[in-house]
Design a protein around this ligand. Structure first.
Ligand code: C5P
Length: 205
């Protein structure tokens, strides 16, 4: 069983993906980490603006190298959305994601284009969203908890900018697949959101 979960930043899709993966005993890939890792390599080389450097970083990426702790910063979220708009970077990361999804028994993948591009045949697709102010509040608390020195307004501005860049790009824009089920988590706690997501997946498998 492949479960494809898409949605904007801080919508709750990552938490739901982890919970669903644990529930079904499936491997989980947070595909945002791939783009964050590409951005991290480019920034370390001082070459975020260099398209060829980002493609090279994407081609040589190894899933085993992904360290969520170091990759989930505000700076890398922004950098990820810059490199993610480049078709060459997306093409270089396609096989790796499809291989992950093709594991015997299935997998859970979350990102922006899982239901539309990476796993269009997945039986269970969720599009998770929430109001921008709610997402900014969640991300603000998460970043504060990680010790980042950041303001709520800066986080909200970053989320709105990323929404626009991710939805407006021509290569695999953030888009709900026609056959994805919409889940708005704005007014749901984690348990209620998980119960709703689980019911949606059960109805599809
Ligand atoms: O989900 P996360 O905040 O880690 O994603 C970082 C950025 O990576 C997103 O803003 C988006 O630009 C990009 N991304 C993408 N396609 C995916 C996952 C993430 O373009 N499947």
């Amino acid at each position: 069983m492949v479960i494809a979960i898409d949605g904007p930043a801080a919508s709750g899709k990552g938490t739901l993906a982890r919970r669903l993966a644990a529930h079904y005993g499936l491997p989980h890939l947070d595909t945002g980490l791939l783009y964050r890792a590409v951005a991290a390599r480019c920034i370390a080389l001082g070459r975020l603006a260099d398209e060829a450097a980002s493609e090279q970083a994407a081609k040589t990426l190894d899933v085993a190298d992904l360290d969520p702790e170091t990759l989930r910063t505000a700076e890398l979220g922004e950098g990820a959305s810059v490199v993610a708009a480049r078709p060459g970077v997306r093409a270089a990361l396609l096989d790796l994601q499809r291989r992950f999804a093709g594991q015997p028994g299935g997998a859970v993948l979350d990102g922006r284009d899982i239901g539309t591009v990476i796993c269009p045949e997945a039986p269970a697709k969720l599009f998770v969203t929430a109001r921008p102010d709610v997402r900014a509040e969640r991300r603000f608390r998460e970043l504060l908890g990680r010790g980042e020195d950041i303001s709520y307004d800066a986080v909200l501005a970053d989320i709105l900018k990323r929404d626009e860049r991710d939805s407006g790009r021509s290569s695999a824009p953030l888009l709900k697949a026609d056959d994805a089920v919409l889940l708005d988590t704005s007014d749901l706690g984690i348990e209620a959101a998980f119960a709703a997501a689980l019911a949606m997946v059960e109805a599809r498998r």
